[in-house]
Ligand binder design. Structure first.
Ligand code: FAD
Length: 408
């Protein structure tokens, strides 16, 4: 072999030492802080402020963790840490991580100066934690984000926003609301823009708090926008974004759509949350199957139960690696990133619903008892086939990507 032979990069699925340390640190937080309090916050159905504050004090809730996770060039820090956090508890996990949807939108669409101004305000400080909300969905625009009715109209140096948002994580209790609104409704998604509504802005109010099936520690509410007036600079992307909107109006290509770009980046992360719930259910079911004796032996020795556990382990592994592959595609800007993001979210959500239902079955009647928390995992899992694009919408995205056809 000659000495000038180029060295081939070594292929590895191993995590780096830093990624392993972060994963283990989040796992210990989940085990120590989230797990013991999960049932209580689920029953209370309130925002677990003390837990968010503890996450902030530990450095898990804040800009530093967001930057470390988001700018990992391999894309692996988010899936491995989110899996651990949501293994601990999905309700409090979402209370901690819900803010990241808005932060990701600012990071994806904002100018550097907007990022510097708004991203720290989304988190507040460990002594005074704040939340942020990403407001897209409306009563008549859920899956169909192109049909938003919320309007943003230019008025001198300001924007005036009117509309009604629903199903908003942290809606009304957030300090920073990031709102997607239509500037030119006739253009659908291409006429939309994203605006930051600062804390205390007149006209933004919380509507109905929505009482939910699962992830009950995460606050979800309607948000009313009545003549909300914000300065021009609250338009994410600033003048450049305005130019893109004007181009779209004059019939020229305006480039990417803000809401869709954000969803593509966040779907693998949401899939990782679902993997965490699945794993919690699987571990609990395995443990129970080894302890519970029926017909003279531990139920794990009945093949029907053992095979169920084998399939749970296999499906969870498949979901985990699809999520990690999707995160890598997203982090490296791979042309297949959008397709993989939808595949990962779809698979992880469906596996979570299925695996948590199987975990109840392995527990028999005990699985139906709220004291054991297995039924909570099943309730928490269901949201993963609904938000960040329903299972059907993920299939729509995948079908369009693989066919190149405009499937409706
Ligand atoms: C707990 C929770 C938190 C949320 N947090 C946020 C948030 O922070 N910010 C935010 O903006 N939104 C949020 N959402 C909203 C969420 O993104 C929407 O609920 C979701 O996009 C689905 O919209 P929809 O509920 O209006 O259902 P619809 O769009 O009305 O869908 C109803 C059914 O029709 C199916 N369907 C619709 N269109 C098609 C099609 N073309 N082909 C096949 N099937 C189709 C759907 O898959 C679904 O099964 C949250 C929702 C929940 C439940």
């Amino acid at each position: 072999m000659t000495t000038d032979t180029p060295t081939q990069p070594v292929f590895s699925l191993e995590l780096s030492e830093e990624q392993r340390d972060l994963r283990d640190w989040v796992h210990s937080f989940a085990e120590r802080v989230l797990r013991p309090a999960a049932a209580e916050w689920d029953e209370r159905e309130e925002t677990p402020w003390p837990i968010i504050q503890e996450a902030a004090r530990d450095g898990l809730y804040g800009l530093e963790f967001f930057a470390k996770a988001t700018f990992d060039p391999t894309g692996q820090t988010i899936p491995v840490t989110f899996e651990e956090l949501f293994w601990g508890d999905a309700g409090s996990g979402m209370a901690i991580m819900g803010t990241l949807l808005a932060v990701s939108a600012i990071n994806g669409s904002g100018t550097n100066s907007q990022k510097g101004q708004w991203m720290p305000q989304c988190f507040g400080t460990p002594d005074e934690v704040k939340l942020a909300a990403f407001c897209v969905s409306e009563p008549d625009a859920g899956s169909d984000v192109s049909s938003l009715k919320t309007r943003a109209v230019r008025d001198g140096d300001d924007w005036v926003i009117n509309g009604h948002k629903t199903w908003i994580t942290n809606g009304g209790i957030a300090s920073v609301h990031v709102v997607v609104a239509s500037v030119y409704p006739e253009l659908g998604s291409r006429g939309q823009a994203t605006f930051v509504i600062p804390a205390g802005t007149t006209g933004l109010t919380q509507g109905r708090k929505i009482l939910k099936h699962g992830i009950r520690a995460s606050h979800t509410a309607e948000v009313n926008l009545d003549d909300v007036r914000v300065p021009f600079d609250c338009l994410l992307g600033g003048k450049e974004k305005l130019e893109r909107l004007e181009k779209a109006r004059s019939g020229e290509s305006s480039g990417r759509q803000d809401a869709m770009a954000t969803f593509t980046a966040t779907r693998p992360a949401v899939g990782a949350m679902a993997v965490g719930i699945s794993r919690a259910a699987y571990e609990q079911a395995l443990q129970y199957a080894k302890e519970r004796v029926q017909f003279g032996k531990a139920i794990v020795h009945h093949q029907g139960i053992a095979f169920t556990l084998a399939m749970m382990a296999t499906e969870i592994e498949a979901a985990r690696w699809l999520v990690r592959a999707a995160s890598w595609h997203a982090a490296t800007g791979h042309p297949d990133a959008r397709k993989l993001a939808s595949m990962a979210k779809l698979k992880a959500g469906e596996v979570a619903v299925w695996a948590t239902e199987r975990a109840i079955q392995v527990h028999g009647g005990a699985g139906y008892d709220r004291a054991l928390g297995v039924e909570r995992l099943h309730r928490d899992a269901k949201i993963y086939t609904i938000f960040e694009g329903t299972a059907e919408i993920q299939q729509l995205v995948i079908a369009r990507e693989i066919s190149g056809e405009r499937i409706e």
